[in-house]
Design a protein around this ligand. Structure first.
Ligand SMILES: [Fe+2]
Ligand SMILES: [Fe+2]
Length: 145
């Protein structure tokens, strides 16, 4: 953890077999680190609420595109049964993320959002990339870069 990468240093993103998926994960982590930096600034008493709201919106839009790209690739290349499990994990993660966004938009509670961004999310992300994305990428690497 550094000032520049307060949530997750990019070198801690598990590398998987498809380059475009790795690129997406790096983009996402950059967005979350930017949000994390704004949250740390807020915890220090210097909250920029509109900037946090915008960073959260940008992250969620990116996550939606990320998950639907993976879902589409799995469907397009006929990824066998684990597809349903992987897609299900995407939809529950996105649901959770949108709930966090709704709460933030309601109450602008910095501690609550920071708890999610710094604790819950990195654990989920690393677990997901290491398991679901890893297996999926091994399969997809027969078809895509
Ligand atoms: Fe992914
Ligand atoms: Fe995934």
């Amino acid at each position: 953890m550094t000032d520049k990468h307060p949530v997750l240093p990019p070198e801690e993103i598990p590398a998987i077999a498809v380059g475009s998926m790795n690129d997406t994960h790096h983009e996402e982590v950059a967005l979350v680190n930017a949000l994390g930096a704004l949250l740390l600034q807020a915890v220090d008493g210097n909250a920029d609420i509109p900037a946090i709201t915008a960073a959260l919106d940008e992250w969620i839009a990116h996550t939606e595109a990320h998950f639907s790209r993976e879902n589409n690739m799995m469907q397009e290349y006929g990824f066998p049964p684990p597809y349903a499990v992987h897609a299900q994990e995407h939809s529950s993660a996105l649901e959770g993320l949108k709930e966090i966004q709704r709460q933030w938009n309601d109450d602008q509670n910095v501690e609550q959002l920071a708890g999610y961004v710094f604790n819950s999310w990195p654990q989920w992300f690393q677990m997901h990339v290491n398991s679901m994305d890893n297996v999926t990428a091994q399969f997809l690497s027969n078809f895509v870069d």
